[in-house]
Design a protein around this ligand. Sequence first.
Ligand code: PLP
Length: 377
Amino acid sequence: MIVPFNEPFLPAGSLKIALNSADLLRTQGKYYEGCKKLITQKLGFKNIILTSSCTSALELIALSINIQPGDEVILPSYTYVSTANAFVLRGAKLVFIDTYASHPSMDIGKIEKAITKRTKAIVVVHYGGIALDYKGLQRLKKKYNIPLVEDAAHCLGSKSGKNFIGSVGDFAAFSFHETKNISCGQGGAAIINNPAFWDRANVIAQCGTDKIDFISKKVKFYSWKNLGSNFLLAEPLCAILSESLKLMKDINQKRMSIWKKYHQALVPLSEDGLIQLPPYDLEGNGHIFYMLTKDKKTRTDLIKYLKAQGIETTFHYFPLHLSSYYLKNGAKAYLKNTEYISDRLIRLPLFYRLTNQQQDLVIKNIRKFFSKLSDGS
Ligand SMILES: Cc1ncc(COP(=O)(O)O)c(C=O)c1O
């Protein structure tokens, strides 16, 4: 491929620094602690548990909320399976919320109607690093006092006004998977903003023991206190993550400039009604650049056309409410906007080392595809 969809970014020297030292084999060693410090310095989050993935951060959060069989959890259908699995693993019943008509974000105006006495958590996803309405989320939190979870897998460094995404929920979960802005190959973070859950979350994250108190010398030995598992991010990955975190501002700015260039270059196609573009949001972190085609066939043809020119593009998500796993138990939901978006959304190549020439090639070929389409050739 001349232009791959993604190219993971490994900051120069990160492995060299790490491999020099046997400290690399410690659990919760200096790199683990160093990453937490960097996240606190850069984003202001205080209660952080670094996890082996965002998936495991969400599972840790579901356990911390003490989700029980039959509890209802409100979430979007247009998301990755992990947003749902974390809660289904605890026996939760999913209550799906639709997206906006022309935007893949969850329509938070529809949450209130879905709340019942059995609602145990509200899980929101800030799609592509673009914040949902923070004031609206704050209002919901105040009015209902139901634990609010931000699936912020895409969002490290994105803002809503003065607030970094991940700061409004009782909990937030971030991803450091290979496609994310800041990556260590595979990793995550659970942010526990509500201090009432902090002790419980730490016990769960340490195999259900009070090892955290043992480490800080509050107790002489540690023992089994609760359900739990080994959720923590391994030290070698923390070593890589810390180098990447140091470059967060630069990485996000570069991705954002690529994002803006796509947007500006494609505006004429959107004005001609050939595509729909995301809202021009400058508070994002440039995690995803997507656009919507007029129908599924156009998207399939566009992906095929670009592939033939050496350009890799992709799409996601298959709506969870249409998945065979969800439907197998006789559950039913109709989410018109989600289905519309899911059929039309295409993601363009966007990564730190994407060159100007590569991006120009993508733009040129998208224009070519649509001009051929308009000509009927
Ligand atoms: C919205 C969302 N939540 C959770 C995840 C899971 O992240 P991870 O791969 O770090 O487990 C993803 C993965 O991309 C995602 O897109």
